[in-house]
Ligand binder design. Structure first.
Ligand code: ADP
Ligand code: MG
Length: 481
């Protein structure tokens, strides 16, 4: 039997607002427990939530970024359940009428062609608090700082057909929400959390299989592993004559397996109803137009522009637009360097390698974008060779100054004076009279390699500073004379 995998993702993105979705408390990460939870976040009797406009704007920005319909009218509902980190006994979310309707994104498949993945909806909701088990022996601590933090839950169609495709989709959503600045994308801090709905069906069957929902995955690597484990488990169940039950499962990264949390029968009945404390959310065309007018360039458009305007390959454009910070860095370096392709090579080559080695992000680069551009400019105008430039980059990295200062201080300026080069050539030819004879008598096919010997000697003599093109040209002229 050939099985087909079907995956739909629900992604919780934490919106990068300063204040919470229904109160003025700060959303800053890492504060002392329970110092950022107001009476509203706790749902005390008699208090009233007030919707944060910025959270709404961010939801609209996302809707417009994925070509979705933004609802003129959407409704906040209470999702009722009991949990210690949810003191008011319900979460405010959107249910039947979400703020963002159907849209889509395009992801790259393994075979290199694009695939459109449908987004069913995206809705605004508040986060719950956190239960802390580690530092409390035999007890659980409750931290309500996160209660009321705004989330946008993005729900996909069941359009993905492999773990890799699910990862590609999740990365695309991550790229979009960080590009448009609505989420910091920090997965360690829980700003981007994924639930994967996974089912399998016989190849060719139209009807979907029964799904399991893998909860709260916070890395792309775990997403891929959790789905692959789960697909294997479901195949085994079905091939052993059993049936998959609809349930929620938890991925255990240490054991690399998924475990049942609760089945459909045990699932909560949330008894959703419209929250009487909040008016329906009305968004008029003018405010949508305002958001559209402020929309930054989206990653796909930027990638296409990098190919068209800078003449970069599809691969280079893809790498250089992977994050907004990376793309901004590149564009600044390219402008300062005066050569887009050369700048791309240096950003993706030497600089990326150095950053990698130290585990640094582009945003943490000790070499500023304009400074790297300054180095590129000196390669382009032949002040230094690429080889010398590597040493200069290391010196910039070490804080010795910019390219011009280092080239001056170390006397690295390339020798382009034809008289000086001729003197070097003559000197080397004079002490290697035998090799010169050999060269002149050699077969034309052997000469290029022999020429390399003389070039090497001259470069050594000039400490790498002689202009290689000039050296080559002059040598050839003299040897053939
Ligand atoms: P619920 O209301 O239980 O959250 P939804 O219908 O909203 O269920 O679906 C939640 C997610 O599960 C969506 O991303 C959807 O694409 C996905 N999904 C639904 N059915 C399946 C299935 N049979 N296999 C895989 N994914 C599915
Ligand atoms: Mg759901």
């Amino acid at each position: 039997m050939q099985w087909e995998t079907v995956i739909g993702l629900e992604i919780h993105t934490q919106l990068a607002t300063k204040a919470k979705i229904f109160s003025a408390s700060s959303t800053e990460f890492g504060a002392e427990p329970n110092t950022q939870a107001s009476l509203i976040d706790l749902g005390m009797p008699g208090v009233l939530p007030v919707l944060n406009r910025e959270a709404v704007r961010m939801a609209v920005r996302f809707g417009k970024a994925i070509g979705a319909q933004v609802a003129e009218r959407s409704v906040f509902a209470r999702k009722n359940y009991f949990y210690p980190d949810l003191p008011k006994g319900y979460q405010i979310s959107q249910y039947e009428l979400p703020v963002v309707g159907e849209g889509s994104v395009e992801v790259m498949q393994e075979n290199g062609s694009g695939k459109v993945v449908g987004v069913t909806r995206a809705h605004l909701e508040e986060d719950a608090g956190k239960s802390l088990h580690e530092d409390f022996h035999g007890m659980t601590g409750i931290d309500l700082n996160r209660a009321g933090t705004p989330l946008l839950e993005i729900v996909s169609e069941p359009d993905m057909r492999s773990a890799k495709e699910a990862v590609a989709y999740a990365k695309k959503i991550h790229q979009i929400v960080t590009y448009i600045g609505i989420c910091d994308g920090n997965m360690q801090e829980g700003s981007f959390r994924m639930d994967a709905n996974v089912s399998i069906r016989p190849q060719g069957q139209a009807e979907l299989g029964t799904r399991a929902e893998l909860k709260n995955i916070n890395s792309f690597r775990f997403l891929e592993k959790a789905i692959n484990y789960e697909v294997g488990r479901q195949i085994e169940v079905l091939e052993d004559g059993g049936r998959v039950v609809q349930e929620t499962r938890l991925y255990d990264a240490d054991k690399d397996e998924t475990r049942s949390m609760r089945s459909k029968e045990e699932a909560n009945d949330y008894r959703y109803f419209p929250d009487p404390d909040l008016l329906p959310l009305q968004i008029d065309a003018a405010s949508i137009a305002e958001v559209v007018a402020e929309m930054p360039e989206l990653p796909d458009a930027r990638r296409a522009r990098f190919e068209a305007d800078y003449g970069l390959s599809a691969y280079d454009a893809d790498v250089l637009t992977s994050t907004r910070a990376q793309a901004d860095y590149y564009e600044t370096a390219a402008a300062a360097g005066g050569d887009a392709k050369l700048a791309a090579n240096w950003v993706m080559g030497e600089l990326a390698a150095a950053l990698n080695k130290q585990g640094l992000d582009i945003g943490e680069s000790p070499v500023a974008a304009a400074t790297l551009g300054g180095l590129v400019a000196r390669i382009k105008d032949n002040t230094i060779s690429s080889k010398i430039a590597k040493g200069v980059l290391a010196a910039i990295w070490a804080g010795e100054g910019d390219a011009d200062a280092i080239i001056e201080a170390r006397g690295l300026r390339q020798i382009t004076d034809s008289g000086a080069i001729e003197a070097l050539v003559d000197e080397v030819l004079a002490v290697n009279a035998e090799q010169v004879e050999n060269y002149r008598n050699a077969d034309a096919s052997k000469q290029p390699k022999m020429l390399g010997f003389f070039v090497g000697q001259i470069m050594k003599k000039s400490q790498g500073k002689a202009n290689p093109q000039q050296v080559n040209a002059l040598l050839r002229k003299k040897l053939e004379a």
